[in-house]
Structure formats: structure tokens, C-alpha cells
Design a protein around this ligand. Structure first.
Ligand code: NI
Ligand code: MN
Length: 225
């Protein structure tokens, strides 16, 4: 499979069978994304929560591509109320899709949409595809149960916010990576706006001093997993 980072918390996965999955596609109003919503396609859109920088351009993309939204119940209902297909899930639950398995985890944050509707709990998500486990934490502060998530799941790639202010910052993110013990940690949710400026190379230096490999992806960079 291929994993592409658009910047902020927005990623694209394309599986060997060319199933296209977007996570938190915030592109058009994202000053750091080299790709805009008209340039992407989706069979599935996975959302961690309802904030505008995560819901992003989902509905614009969905109008064109008719994907299935995968998110917690209240947010899934919100997507369905706009006429889109949705698979409702909730924290702690997992489900086998045609591309792989999705499980929602807790995240400590909020989840209001840009039009001011509260859409349930924010979440993280573990996506298991082609024998790889990818843990996108969503927006969250550090929490000790990450240790349990790491014990129960062999995480290959952990996508982790480092930008501080709205989420954990670099030092807490290092601790989060130590709790989960992924094979590779990829920093996200930084340098989109001045308030979340952070140095990913400083994070890399600190987390690698704890023997956890860190890959800093460029905005628009794609890697094969
Ligand atoms: Ni948020
Ligand atoms: Mn955010």
C-alpha cells in the first residue's frame, strides 16, 4: 500500500487493490497542503472528529466520489444527514471492511462541526491493512491508556500530533510514542498555522533518543508500506 501525507492530519492510503482511503482531508483551506480537494479521490473517508481542520473538504470530495464515511456514530449520522453514505462505529469497536479492519480508540479533545453541531466523542483510529497496523491518534492530549493500545496492538506506523496548543506538543508526543512503541512514528498536526508551529526534527531527535524510529514526511510526500 501507499501512504501519502498532505500535511496537518490529512493522509491518503491506496491499497494494493487500489482502494482509496482519505483520513481527515483538510486541503483547500490548509495553507501547507500541496494538493487540493479537486485533486483527490476516495472510496472511503475516515474522520477522527468534526473540527473544520479534520472534516475539511470531505463533503466536497464526497459529492464527486460518493465514498463511505467511517466515523463514530454521531459524526457518521451528521455525514448521512448531508446525504452521504456512512458506516457508523464507536470507540472500542472494530469492523472488517473490504480494504482491512478499522478500530476506533479514545482521544481527549472536542468534536464540534464548523456549523456548530456536537458530533460525539473525538477518536483515534487503528487501520489494519495488508498486515500493517496504522494508528492515527486524531487530535488528542497525552493519555496513559496509550500504553494499553500499544500492548494490545502491534503498531507499525503511529501518526502523532506534535503541534501543541490544541493537542500534545513534542515532549508529550515523545512519551506517547514510548507508550505505544510503534515501529515508526510519523509526526503530524504542526506548522499549518503559527499557533501550532513545531520542529519535527527536534521531535525526531528526542524520540529517536528513546530508540523509536521517526520518519518526518514532507507535505505531499508518499511512501510505500
Ligand atoms: Ni480538533
Ligand atoms: Mn485539529
Amino acid at each position: 500500500m501507499k501512504l501519502k501525507y498532505f500535511s496537518h492530519s490529512a493522509f491518503q492510503i491506496i491499497t494494493e487493490k487500489t482502494i482509496k482511503i482519505l483520513i481527515d482531508p483538510f486541503l483547500d483551506d490548509n495553507p501547507t497542503s500541496p494538493v487540493k480537494s479537486k485533486d483527490v479521490e476516495a472510496d472511503y473517508i475516515i474522520l477522527t472528529h468534526g473540527h473544520g481542520d479534520h472534516l475539511g473538504d470531505s463533503f466536497k470530495i464526497a459529492k464527486r466520489c460518493n465514498p463511505t464515511f467511517i466515523c463514530v456514530n454521531e459524526l457518521a449520522n451528521y455525514c448521512a444527514s448531508h446525504g452521504f453514505r456512512a458506516h457508523n462505529m464507536h470507540i472500542g469497536g472494530s469492523y472488517q471492511f473490504d480494504f482491512g479492519r478499522v478500530k476506533f480508540t479514545i482521544a481527549h479533545h472536542g468534536s464540534k462541526t464548523p456549523d456548530n453541531q456536537y458530533v460525539g466523542e473525538p477518536a483515534g483510529v487503528i487501520i489494519s491493512i495488508e498486515n500493517k497496523n496504522i494508528y492515527h491518534t486524531g487530535d488528542t492530549g497525552l493519555f496513559y491508556d496509550m500504553k494499553l493500545i500499544g500492548e494490545l496492538n502491534d503498531i507499525d506506523f503511529m501518526l502523532l500530533p506534535i503541534g501543541d496548543n490544541f493537542t500534545m506538543g513534542i515532549n508529550d508526543a515523545v512519551k506517547a510514542a514510548e507508550f505505544v512503541k510503534p515501529k515508526v512514528v510519523i509526526p503530524m498536526h504542526y506548522n499549518t498555522f503559527p499557533v501550532i508551529n513545531a520542529d519535527p526534527l527536534e521531535f525526531k531527535r528526542l524520540v529517536e533518543s528513546k530508540n523509536i524510529h521517526c520518519k518526518v514526511l514532507g507535505f505531499g510526500e508518499e511512501i510505500s508500506l
